[in-house]
Write a protein that binds this ligand. Sequence first.
Ligand SMILES: NC(=O)c1ccc[n+]([C@@H]2O[C@H](COP(=O)([O-])OP(=O)(O)OC[C@H]3O[C@@H](n4cnc5c(N)ncnc54)[C@H](OP(=O)(O)O)[C@@H]3O)[C@@H](O)[C@H]2O)c1
Length: 340
Amino acid sequence: MSVTCLKNWLEKQVSVCPLTYAVILSIGAFTLARFLFKTWLVFSQTFIFSGKSLKQFGAMRGAWAVVTGASDGIGREFALQLGSAGFNVLLVARNQAMLSDVASEIAERTAGRAESKIYVLDFAKKDTEAFGGLKSLLDNLDVGVLVNNVGKSHVMPTYFAETTDQENEEIVIINVDTMIRVTHAVLPGMVQRKRGLIFNVGSFAGQVPSPMLATYSGTKAFMSTFTSALAEEVWKYNIIVQHLNTYFVVSKMSNIRKSSALVPTPRAYVRAALSKVGLACGAAMTERPGTLTPFWSHALLDYLIHVIGWKSAFISYTHALHKDIRRRALRKLERKAKSQ
Ligand SMILES: NC(=O)c1ccc[n+]([C@@H]2O[C@H](COP(=O)([O-])OP(=O)(O)OC[C@H]3O[C@@H](n4cnc5c(N)ncnc54)[C@H](OP(=O)(O)O)[C@@H]3O)[C@@H](O)[C@H]2O)c1
């Protein structure tokens, strides 16, 4: 159809049925306005606006920040930066020596102003007594911030049929049960004090299904939905619950050692997260209440995925990527075995 034909056809439609035309035009205008507003929101929240001040959650007033998986990677950095921001910090993980190093660094950075406590616990063991000890400790602290950071992924991308029961169970216990149990232990105190911030460290794998990491991907999707539901329940008590939508970050878990535009260091990632409390950044207007994609390049990627809206293409891309990662990981293991 030529442009003239199309013009004539449209003019005919307008004269025959002006109301239909007006409705179609209004829907088009609304869709365009919504898209432009969303784009402005994503860019301004990511690059310009600051989030809520941490003082609102008790920083500099003796409140505690609790960080699970605090001995390494993203959790370690949350512990250090929350200590510097004026919280006392409770550090939880398995490796006592590494936790002590983090506690010493907090003391050094804050010239002893921030207190640290260490609780050594293997969440995968589901040890009722050990968890009871953590709960008693939490009951006696004024917790302003909880970072549910501890997480476990598959050793390498593997088809679900070939994953072991033990790996699947540990992933569910660490990523789901632990988040629920620690949150449940901390929340009543926050409700009573009418203030709190809970960050649940999630993953893009929970937003775009990740073949060959099916169990991990499913647990992170659980985290996202759980966050949205809980956030709605408790906002009236001045408690903010946010799911941190994370792409790759340099760490032991990601097995990436060099940072790049798309893969920040834990320090840069956590700095972004703590400066955007209460905002959505890349997750703005995507029907995921409570989700925050804080790091700028992750935010732009999240925005693009939702603008293009073609998730199945991203699933296929991720599948191909994971096949390649598995091939390389197996080759590395083979080389290692030969050299021994
Ligand atoms: N890095 C990424 O690219 C990326 C991307 C998306 C999402 N995430 C999420 O970010 C979070 C942190 O990941 P990360 O990359 O920082 O990992 P990491 O560097 O491997 O650190 C994991 C932390 O969890 C602790 N931990 C592991 N298993 C534990 C257990 N059974 N009981 C108690 N503590 C345990 C580890 O300490 P111990 O060994 O001392 O116990 C360590 O402190 C995870 O939830 C992960 O899913 C990471």
